[in-house]
Write a protein that binds this ligand. Structure first.
Ligand code: GLV
Ligand code: MN
Ligand code: MN
Length: 404
């Protein structure tokens, strides 16, 4: 067994949480390219150097700790949602760091570590790994804007120590990502490990509806072009129309709404909102896209509104590679027989993009009460360590089998 040190791993996870620690419990506010994110990445780079890895920060700010020669790549992301927990992404990066350290101490197998930039989509969707994998071109990503109007190109220019070269993906034999489940299944059923078989796909688009701003006391109801009412109508109509297309696993979310000018005595003239939907079936995602567009256009036409669509960000569903998945399953069976399962991921991960470049495998540990993307996100430390152990077993076995 690789000489992993659970105490060192947990201590580093808590240290990482110190960058942007916020809110109740173990909450974190560390969005991509914020001061806290940049400081956390500098700290991580130092830990990588101490582990004997060569640090390369790529042009978008993803931080790599590279082992010599051909290696497995293990990691995730260290940026957070605007209100996030301490484990989403951080767990996979620090697990990678601990496994790389242990492998270095044991004389192999070689393990490299990565923290991708902007996984949480301040600008796009899993932007750092999407650019590296060619899912999105750098030029296209540079034009993405966050909800405050900042451009990705400007944000990444503020990240110190970047190289002008991307890392060559051919140096890696595969990518392993450990993550919290972010859902209720393992916690509810008293299991400690999930081996992921597939990750759902996503579509995400900003929509703008323009009506007419006016006085809330004097404008008769029949003469209003109230942008909020248009959004309310759109929301009700898509729920009805999706009924014929979705399964119980399909999800959709209007998570960000900017109403203008957002004042009690003004009929709102403009609304910009995010429309996101996810499913394991690409055809269903595309049928939902048609419903979203048609419904927005119909609402606009019937009420005299103008509608605008931002770029449609799309990641397709992916399956995990059989060899890496098999290694994780065998490691789980050896460590926690009968207390693990194979399961899909409803959350997105950098692994989705990595599947375009190399074989990919993913491991879940339970999320207490299934909560994530919230300050209350947490996992029992014993479960974090179980995940680390299972991952380390799989890495060791893959090293012995000389995974191609
Ligand atoms: C990634 O965090 C997602 O939104 O699934
Ligand atoms: Mn994550
Ligand atoms: Mn997340």
């Amino acid at each position: 067994m690789l000489p992993i040190q659970p105490d060192r791993f947990l201590a580093d996870l808590h240290r990482l949480r110190g960058f942007g620690a916020s809110g109740v419990g173990k909450g974190v506010v560390r969005p991509a390219y914020s001061d806290a994110d940049i400081a956390a990445r500098a700290w991580l780079a130092e830990r990588m150097r101490e582990a004997g890895l060569t640090v390369q920060v790529d042009p978008v700010g993803s931080v790599f700790g590279l082992a010599e020669g051909r290696s497995l790549l293990v990691g995730s992301h260290t940026d957070s949602q605007p209100e996030g927990g301490w484990l989403d992404g951080a767990l996979g990066v620090i697990a990678g760091l601990e496994i790389a350290r242990a492998s270095g101490e044991a004389g192999g197998p070689p393990v490299s570590v990565v923290s991708f930039q902007d996984e949480e989509g301040r600008f796009g969707v899993t932007t750092g790994s999407a650019v590296w994998s060619g899912t999105v071109s750098l030029e296209e990503a540079d034009g993405f804007v966050d909800r405050d109007g900042v451009r990705f190109g400007a944000a990444r220019a503020g990240m110190p120590g970047r190289s002008d070269r991307f890392v060559d993906p051919a140096r890696f034999s595969g990518f392993l990502e450990m993550h919290i489940e972010q859902g209720p299944v393992l916690d509810r059923d008293g299991e400690v490990i999930g081996v992921v078989d597939a990750i759902v796909g996503i579509r995400d688009m900003a929509i703008t509806i323009d009506g007419a701003q006016n006085h809330a006391g004097t404008t008769p109801m029949a003469l209003r072009k109230d942008a909020f009412q248009a959004l309310a109508r759109f929301n009700a109509l898509i729920a009805e129309r999706f009924c014929n297309v979705v399964t119980p696993q399909t999800v959709w979310t209007i998570g960000h709404v900017a109403l203008h000018p957002n004042a009690a005595s003004i009929v709102p003239g403009r609304v910009r909102f995010s429309m996101q939907w996810r499913d394991g079936d690409a055809d269903r995602l595309n049928r939902m896209a048609a419903i979203v567009r048609d419904t927005a256009l119909e609402v606009a036409a019937s009420g005299g509104f103008e509608v605008g669509f931002g770029p449609l960000l799309a990641l397709e569903p992916v399956t995990m590679e059989a060899g890496l998945r098999g290694a994780l399953e065998q490691a789980a069976e050896a460590d926690v027989a009968g207390r693990w399962r194979v399961m899909p991921s409803g959350a997105l991960h950098d692994a989705t993009n990595m599947a375009r470049l190399m074989p990919v495998g993913m491991l879940f540990v339970p999320s207490i009460n299934g909560i994530s993307h919230a300050f209350a996100e947490d996992t029992n430390e014993a479960d974090l360590v179980t995940g680390l152990r299972v991952m380390a077993r799989a890495v060791e076995a893959l090293g012995k089998s000389a995974h191609p």
